[in-house]
Ligand binder design. Structure first.
Ligand code: COA
Ligand code: AMP
Length: 639
């Protein structure tokens, strides 16, 4: 592709000197129903909109474009499920057929462009089929990760107000089958918005009971459509600025943020990332070992590989235990994976069980070209270990649900730059990244600050939050006028390499999963015996961070401490879900605070992590921090 000539710096400078020309050239690789004339309209939206006059359909670009180009018989999707001992493969033509059939069914229930559908699905091909069927119709999908509890699902139902929910009878976790239908029924009951229709995929492990008049059997609908001779479904023409999906992510409160993704900018940026960052070519196999419930799954299990004409792997399993720490190597060898993308925690899990990588010797992974890591900081130790055993570039890259693709990375397709462990390398073309001090002024190289992106954000980044323009502005755009605040802190070194050191808000990263400690505090505070509480993310060798809760009981509470601690743990699991990995609640007499009443979570975290800490000058009562240190030591948490 033309934009790749000249290496990273030339491409980045080229983008900077002519951003609209750059994105116009990238847009030309895709099919448009009406090609973009205007590339960017600075006057619309919160900071401008990409491709404001273009008309397109993302699903048609993922499927029809490749079939028309003769790739109909190429594999589009490989489903590999060691957890069920099954798998299947779909060519582009077969995948399109399944998408058409489901699109018929969805349309048959009265959904049209702009309506919402929630997907609460395990990692099965039907999850990707459902996303693409919605995209084909212009129905806005909102996928909810299966590890979230009924209450979280209910919150999203009330915000997205879907006409339809697509779900399955169960998900499968090591050692247990998670029945989804009871969770779905509870969520629908809890939500104020009433859902008219559910389509439920019955998996062999669990038969879900269907509610007459509301729930429909997925396979039955499909088979009936086949019998009726249902044909292709026309891809609905959409404005490039129409939403493709809403993906809820943790904010600083219990109410998740609905990140909106548009159609046109998203497909252009994702397609660009596949060749410029990941160095992929059509026909090659790309594997993102994540879940469709996360942004990595949206972008790199479903949309980007298909936009590029690659084969994507949809993996229902874990890095370890399904059946052993050689699982990833088997998938790479069996399907000839060129690029693997996962979270560092997956490699920490493999290393913990197989430190000498003895399982690797059983497989031929010579086809692998690179390993990409994201979702949390890639600790240099893990990166080095992965480099040593795989002998391919191991590339840390940094992004967020909000952006949909990497803000910074080491662009394999533009010619790799030297790797510096601990750094996701440099900003991708499209992103003007600045490190700012508290007054919003850029700081010099080597100095820590808030990481911000000069507006406008590039294509694919969120134009707003679902039904919450004001929350979008106040969350991201107001602290540093003219910039998008990433809420990550870090620095840039003298060579221009970025180092991402941690969040500036109360978001934590547990096994690559983004969670809000504020949300957990809201749940703990709802326990009748809890007077006040604080949750911090404590360092963890496997998951990066794990939440630790501190609760102060109301006076006169008689129940045993262990009982209340157990109830608190159960409450978070029940309200937020097992994915919160909330296993520790500690009862304390009081919480450390500043004189103005602010809880000193940062200092508590330092104590828990075993990092150096100093007594804050504004502390109300210095003895309380000593108490916290003692309690953590007693619980064996003090790092
Ligand atoms: N449905 C239901 N429950 C789920 C779930 C799902 N889709 N996904 C996870 N859970 C449950 C797990 O079973 C676990 O439950 P438990 O407390 O009963 O054991 C809990 O949520 C926590 O899950 P997780 O944080 O994944 O921990 P784990 O101990 O099961 O596995 C790793 C640890 C490192 C193996 C695992 O986190 C992993 O594979 N991570 C890869 C990273 C990744 O996919 N990141 C996504 C962004 S790139
Ligand atoms: P999510 O929205 O779930 O993708 O989480 C985004 C957050 O994860 C970022 O704001 C960072 O705090 C963190 N993160 C993601 N990738 C990286 C990385 N490569 N290095 C450091 N932190 C990362």
């Amino acid at each position: 592709m033309a934009s790749e000539q000249g290496g990273y710096q030339a491409v980045y400078d080229g983008w900077k000197s002519n951003p609209e020309g750059f994105w116009r050239a990238e847009a030309a690789h895709l099919d448009w129903i009406r090609a973009p004339e205007a590339i960017f309209d600075a006057k619309s939206g919160a900071y401008g909109r990409w491709f404001p006059d273009a008309i397109c359909n993302t699903a048609a670009n993922c499927l029809d474009r490749h079939i028309a180009a003769g790739r109909g018989d190429q594999l589009a999707l490989i489903y590999d499920s060691p957890i069920t001992g099954s798998g299947s493969k779909l060519t582009y033509a077969q995948l399109k057929r399944e998408v058409d059939l489901l699109a018929h069914a969805i349309r048959g229930f009265g959904l049209e462009k702009g309506d919402r559908a929630i997907l609460y699905m395990p990692m099965v091909p039907e999850a990707a089929i459902a996303m693409l069927a919605c995209a084909r119709l212009g129905v806005i999908h909102s996928v909810v990760f299966g590890g979230f509890a009924a209450h979280e699902l209910a919150t999203r139902i009330d915000d997205a107000k879907p006409k339809l929910i697509l779900s399955a009878s169960c998900g499968i976790e090591p050692g247990r089958v998670v029945a989804y239908k009871p969770l779905l029924d509870r969520a629908i009951e809890e939500a104020s918005h009433k859902v008219e229709t559910c389509i439920v995929l019955q998996r062999p492990q669990v038969q879900a009971e269907l509610v007459a008049g509301r729930d429909h059997d997925w396979a039955e609908l499909r088979d009936n459509l086949v019998t009726q001779g249902a044909g292709p479904v026309e891809a609905v023409p959409l404005q490039a600025t129409d939403p493709l999906y809403v993906l809820y992510t943790s904010g600083t409160t219990g109410k998740p943020k609905g990140v909106v993704r548009d159609n046109g900018g998203h497909m252009v940026a994702l397609h660009y990332s596949m060749h410029a960052l990941y160095g992929m070519k059509p026909g090659e196999v790309f594997w993102a070992a994540s879940d469709v419930g996360w942004v990595v799954g949206h972008s790199y299990i479903v949309y980007a590989p298909l936009l590029m004409g690659c084969t994507t792997v949809l993996y229902e399993g874990k890095p370890v235990g399904t059946p052993d720490p050689g699982a990833f190597w088997r998938v790479i060898a069996e399907h000839d994976v060129k690029v693997l993308f996962t979270a560092p925690t997956a490699f920490r899990a493999i290393r913990k069980e197989d430190p000498k990588a003895e399982h690797l010797a059983r497989y031929d992974v010579k086809g692998l070209k690179a390993l990409f890591l994201a979702g949390e900081r890639a600790d240099p130790d893990t990166v080095k270990w992965a480099e040593d055993i795989l002998k391919v570039p191991v590339i840390d890259h940094w992004w967020q649900t909000e952006t949909g693709w990497a803000i910074a990375g080491n662009p394999l397709g533009l010619g790799m730059l030297p790797v510096k462990h601990g750094s996701p390398t440099v900003p991708m073309p499209g992103y003007d990244v600045q490190i700012l001090d508290e007054a919003g002024k850029p700081v010099e190289a080597g100095k820590m600050g808030s990481i911000a992106i000069r507006l406008p954000l590039p294509p694919s980044c969120l134009p707003t939050l679902w039904n919450a323009d004001e929350r979008f502005r106040s969350s991201y755009l107001t602290e540093f006028p003219g910039y998008y605040n990433t809420s990550d802190a870090g620095y840039r070194d003298a060579d221009g390499y970025l180092f991402i050191m941690g969040r500036t808000d109360d978001i934590i990263n547990v096994a690559g999963h983004r969670l809000s400690t504020g949300g957990m505090e809201e749940v703990l505070a709802s326990h009748p015996a809890v007077a006040e509480c604080a949750v911090i993310g404590a360092k963890d060798n496997l998951k990066g961070e794990v939440p630790v809760g501190f609760v102060v009981l109301k006076s006169g509470t008689n129940a045993a401490s262990e009982t209340i601690e157990r109830e608190c743990v159960g409450l978070v699991r029940d309200r937020i879900g097992p994915v919160a990995a909330f296993k520790t609640a500690i009862i304390v007499n009081r919480l450390p605070k500043t004189r103005s009443g602010k809880i000193l979570r940062g200092t508590m975290k330092k104590i828990a992590d075993g990092d150096a800490w100093s007594m804050p000058a504004t502390i109300d009562d210095p003895a309380i921090l000593e108490e916290i240190a003692r309690v953590l030591e007693l619980k064996g948490i003090k790092g």
